[in-house]
Ligand binder design. Structure first.
Ligand code: ADP
Length: 441
């Protein structure tokens, strides 16, 4: 026996209706079918347009980041080498401007990724204390410039190791704290992380960022999470931003199962908060929160600035000459012997002739790109590729690239514009210990 619904779906209205009704339903059903086909076509057109947009954004990111790489790279050399205070001050301003430009490009890219549904939450195990320390280090630096205080209230009962997307958690906190500092002139900001509840497997944390800044008007609340929406333009003129930060943050919190909420009094300050549920890996409470990681980080930074490796042999491959000059310039004081190649083919030739300790290989190159070059290197019997760490150099800043590069067989990746610290830490990580000579203090 078929049900009435099944019969109707098959266009069989035989027993229940008179002829007029049947005709009408027939017409309606055909109209519906036409609409559904047209809708499917529209969706396909929209999907294709969306894909083109993603490709366009990836290319644009490459195009914009490549010149910024040159600007910031050479600027770093001026900062290191100039003895003139005024020149150094100009260079510091260029560095600041370049960083803001990079943040803007990255925000636009992340947002487009969210829009096209390509952003995934990737849960990994992470320790909560070092994460909080890093975030506080970052924000303290910005807050001090504005004479603002940074306070933190961290629950002693937080489980020490959790599982969740630590990269997104960092981005959320960075965004909220950066805004808190940006929109506050007097007073300070407070980060608070409390454990609301937990069982054996999961813990719910309440995370809040509070400031004593300009606050948000009641009538503006409705627009807060909208993209490209900046509020109170009159007050906020001169504060750089795209109006994307909160839209992205709001979406991330939502993707992790929470809701970003706001308490605010115009003229007095704001508090953004949300609840975050994470899996527990190690339930041991962190105890009294100490910012040990900060001093550790500083030591590493000082150490990093002073190492040489004159016996190390490194190959850098990039089709843009100026990028090769930037890496060479940044490593000038390390004494490392650096060879360069301007194409995949040239890189393969050089690797046949020489033994390198590390190879930095650009991804987007004309003719043979980095991924293809790598697979040819791996297949070449004259190259002992298994023993050489090959690092992808990429101006493609879209999140999630790390996984993609590892899947292709790269040991790691370094994003352009090359950050001098990241470059040095990759060298320290992959160069054999015996080649590294720490500078005398
Ligand atoms: P923007 O790049 O402009 O900072 P956001 O999306 O991060 O963009 O924020 C959107 C708007 O919300 C800001 O332009 C600002 O008007 C307002 N806003 C965000 N955070 C705060 C805050 N802590 N205090 C006051 N206003 C804020």
């Amino acid at each position: 026996m078929t049900t009435v619904a099944e019969r109707y779906a098959n266009g069989d209205y035989s027993d229940d209706m008179n002829t007029d009704s049947k005709d009408e339903i027939g017409i309606l059903s055909r109209a519906l079918q036409t609409m559904s086909t047209s809708l499917k076509n529209q969706i396909e057109i929209a999907d294709t347009a969306n894909r083109s947009k993603s490709i366009f954004l990836a290319n644009m990111s490459h195009e914009i980041r490549t010149p910024i790489n040159a600007i910031l790279g050479f600027d770093e050399m001026i900062l290191r080498e100039s003895n003139e205070d005024t020149t150094k001050e100009y260079a510091a301003n260029i560095k600041n401007g370049g960083r803001i430009l990079l943040t803007l490009v990255n925000e636009i890219l992340d947002f487009s990724k969210i829009e096209s549904g390509k952003l995934e939450i990737v849960p990994v195990e992470y320790e909560i204390s070092p994460l909080i320390s890093d975030i506080l280090d970052m924000i303290e630096f910005r807050a001090t410039e504005k004479n603002l205080s940074v306070d933190y209230i961290i629950d002693r009962d937080l489980p020490s190791v959790l599982k969740g997307d630590d990269i997104r958690v960092r981005e959320i906190l960075t965004n909220l704290l950066t805004n808190a500092v940006k929109y506050t002139e007097k007073g300070g900001v407070t980060l608070s992380i409390q454990k609301l509840s937990s069982d054996e497997k999961k813990a719910t944390l309440r995370i809040s960022v509070e400031d004593t800044g300009i606050g948000i008007k009641d009538e503006d609340r409705g627009h807060l999470w909208e993209s490209f929406q900046r509020l109170d333009e009159q007050h906020n003129r001169g504060i750089e931003g795209t109006g994307l930060g909160l839209a992205i943050t709001h979406k991330y919190v939502e993707m992790m199962g929470g809701t970003l909420c706001l308490n605010s009094k115009y003229g007095q300050g704001s508090e953004f908060w949300f609840d975050l549920e994470q899996d527990i890996v190690d339930p041991t409470p962190i105890g009294l929160f100490k910012r040990e990681a900060q001093s550790l980080q500083r030591e590493v930074d000082i150490y990093r600035e002073g190492f040489t490796a004159p016996d190390a042999h490194v190959l850098v491959v990039d089709d843009v000459k100026v990028n090769l000059m930037v890496v060479k310039g940044l490593l000038k004081d390390s004494g490392i012997d650096i060879d360069t190649a301007e194409s995949g083919a040239e890189a393969i030739e050089k690797m046949k002739e020489n033994r390198y300790d590390i190879v930095f290989l650009d991804h987007m190159m004309p003719e043979m790109d980095g991924v293809e070059t790598l697979s040819r290197i791996q297949a070449d019997p004259d190259i002992d590729s298994g023993s050489i760490p090959i690092i992808a150099l990429t101006a493609n800043a879209i999140t999630g690239v790390e996984k993609m590069y590892r899947e292709h067989g790269f040991a790691d990746y370094l994003s352009k514009p090359v950050d001098p610290h990241s470059l040095e830490s990759i060298l320290l990580k992959y160069l054999p210990d015996e080649l590294i000579i720490p500078a005398k203090k």
